[in-house]
Write a new protein. Sequence first.
Lengths: 87, 87
Amino acid sequence: MNLEELIGISAGIFTTIAVLPQIHKAVKTKKIEDVSPTMFVILCLGVGLWTIYGILKMDWPIIITNSISFILNGIMLKIVWFQGNNK
Amino acid sequence: MNLEELIGISAGIFTTIAVLPQIHKAVKTKKIEDVSPTMFVILCLGVGLWTIYGILKMDWPIIITNSISFILNGIMLKIVWFQGNNK
């Protein structure tokens, strides 16, 4: 693994796991009023397109990290929508 | 501009502007208690590394979008920290 791949994979890991503390906080506190649902709609759209971009370029760091990111941001979106509608 | 570049730039625009609704909401409501600061620390780290990855590969969609993302997520981090400390 060269330096470029190492940086790509680390960058992807950080941007992928970034949403986890927010998911943890939302689940623990059940409070999401201050969180913007629009942010997670746009994020899902963006990382979805990044996944397609990675597939077109056969760039594995981009494919793997953005597809996982899509799933995690989708989970956060569900939490924000689900808890938002329960108010 | 080919399809690949179009998807790369659109993906980058979405993931870059994604934080804007959250910045807008935080500035408008002055409430950020439910927002996780850790998320924005990790996001800044991640998009910073993506920018370096883009430079190593001379991949302009990745360089442009992630450097702007770094600035915007840095702004959100400042808001979360600044308002958090004012409590």
